[in-house]
Each structure stands twice: as C-alpha cells, then as structure tokens.
Design a protein around this ligand. Sequence first.
Ligand code: ASP
Ligand code: MG
Length: 417
Amino acid sequence: MALIVMKFGGSSVGDAERMKRVANRVVQTKREGHQCVVVVSAMGDTTDDLIDLANQLTEQAPAREMDMLLSTGEQVSVALLSMAIQQFGEQAVSFTGWQAGIHTEEVHSKARITDIQPARIHRALEGGSIVIVAGFQGMTASGEITTLGRGGSDTTAVALAAAIEADVCEIFTDVDGIYSTDPRIVKVARKLQEISYDEMLELANLGAAVLHPRAVEYAKHYNVKLVVRSSFNQNPGTLVKEEATMEQGIVVSGIAYDKNVARISLLGVPDKPGQLATVFGALATEQIDVDLIVQSGVIGGLADFSFTVSLGDLQKALQVIEAIKPKVEFRAATSETDLVKISIVGAGMVSNPGVAAKMFETISALGISIQLVSTSEIKVSCVIDIARQNDVVRALHTAYGLDTSEQAFVGGPQDRR
Ligand code: ASP
Ligand code: MG
C-alpha cells in the first residue's frame, strides 16, 4: 500500500463529465489498495473569470479581498469532487487549505507555505477516506486567507506530499508528461522518461508551463518523487528526480520559450563606476526583476547597454529609468517588445563544450540575429524576434537530435496560460 498525492489541474476538472472521470480514476487507485490525497485546481477558467469580475468593479482590487475571491474557485472543485467520489461508493472528505493545516506567510496573492500540520488529513486517511484538498490556498497565523500565486496548486500538492511523506506525488495534466519542447510547435517532440529537478526547474522558469517553478523547488528541497502524467490516459508520464538517466548522445533535454520579455536599451551611457549599480538598484527598489543584461564596448567614453524585463513591468521600468536620467546621464532610452526568449536546457552541457556554439550557428543559419544571450551551467538563452520563434524552436530541436520518428501526443487545452 502506498500513500499517493494526486493533483488534477483546472482543465482535468473542467466540467461535471471530467470531474466524474477524475473521481473514477481516484477511486480505482484507492481500490488498488492505496491511500489517496487529492489536490485540485479551480474548474477550467474559473480563476481567470473571477479576476475579470473583480476588474469590472475596481481598477486595483484590494489584495486581501482578491484572495478571498480567488480561493473560492478551488473550494467549488473539492466539494464537487468529493460528491462525485462518494457516488462511486467510496468515503471522501473535502478540505480547504486551512482545514488541511496549510499555513503561509502574511502575504497576499503569492504567499509561501511556511508549514503544514496534517493531523486532520492523517485522521481522515486512517478512517478510510479519500482526502481532497483545495489547491493554491492557505492561511496566515493571523487567520487571513491567502493564495500561492497563479498555478499554485502544484505547489500545494508537492508541499503536502512532503508533509505527509507520501510515496509519490502525481501531477495529472492534459499532456502525457514533460516533452522536449512544446508538442504544439514541434510535432516530433519527444516525451522524456525522466528529468532532473534542476533541469525541470530551469525549464519551468524559462516558460514551460507544465509545472509551477516553486513546486519543483519544493520537490527538490524535500526530495519528493514527482510524476507528471496525463489525466486522460494510463501512460506512465515523466519522472522528475534528483538525477535523471541521460540518454546516449543527448546533451540538451528540453527547449523552452518565453514570450513575456521586453528589452530596454540605454544608449550613450558615460563610462564611470557605479552606473550599473544605480540603474539596477533603482529597478530593484521598485521590485522589477531584470533578466538578461549585456553591455557593449566603450567608444569615446560612452557605452550602450540592454537588459530585459517582463512585459508587465516595462512601463514601470521606463518610468524608473526616466527618473534616474539626471544621475546616469545617458543619451537615450529605447524599448522593444515582440521578442521571445528561447532556451536550451540540459544537465549534459557542463561536460560538453560547443553546445552554445551550436545554438548560435543554428540560429544564424536561419538568418536571424540574436539580441541578447545568457548562460548558466545547464542552460543557454537567446532573445530573438518573436516572428521567428517557431522556426528557431524547430531548428534547435533537430540540431540537438531531439526529433522522434513518432508524432507526439498533443493534449487538449493547456491547464494554464
Ligand atoms: N486556480 C489557480 C490558477 O488558475 C491555481 C492553479 O490552477 O494551480 O492559477
Ligand atoms: Mg487554474
């Protein structure tokens, strides 16, 4: 008998029919002799719809009320799923995040879980129930309801799995597992049997929406055995673990893309110490995350530099830059959108020189110029014109030997984004 955490995303419980299918799957697992804790997201687009509603009433919704509102989506799901399971003749009980003992820091809209007290879950399991927990929510020490950030139900599932020492945490979604890249772009993308936490974390941070980055962080930290698999079939999925077995000759495991980038360039910046510190210090004070940074050579005592921020931060970043103009004395600031950041990720890169060079060659062979680059031990990212995104993803997929002969399974609507 195993203790299993099963997480189902919004599209897997999108309507009553799908809810029944999930209930059936959970019941089958229980009848195989396992104990099941189920975490669910809000049905379909519920969270987006609730946000739209709030936006019709106010321009800047109070964060506390927003959490009160958004946490209701998952509560609908748990209650309905519990009913559906009971229809199959099994015992089930639904819990909100706080009933499940999930405590968070005192921050609204993207709170971190501080601690989980799962006594009530254990009691219910021992009584023979299937336990269903609302994802994406918790409660602060002062009794306020919080949410964990968009896509946060993955985090709930992994954190719960760690807290109750589950044997495995299964993330059910609408694709068969983790693919070498988005199968909607590359029909011959391959499903990975295994991937390491580190690679998965890079891919999740770099735009692969299958798993929430924070959930992967938790899994790594608590060494939770994580499986990503389809809620629509019985295929085995992808195992995420400490060290993945590397396939012969494959140095790149995955290719991710992220359209949420804007580039800002500062032109004619007088070359003197402390300039970068002033610019990035001012941006940091405003909580603006800067990603890639490049500085050109100095000509006539003046340098240019460029960096990227998320699209949502662009206007605010430009205001910050304008405000520090008198201090930094740059000649002009420009910005550009319609960009995409394409990244290759693979633990095998460390020991294989020439991986980055191949990326640059492949992109330039398409006649595309690379605007910014950044690298780490296990990834290389290039920012390019968004119009060429699919060409580049496909060419890289082929160049790194990732194409399979079979056509990849392409699931239904994505669980998020
Ligand atoms: N319902 C929340 C969202 O849509 C949490 C989740 O789906 O994981 O972001
Ligand atoms: Mg959702």
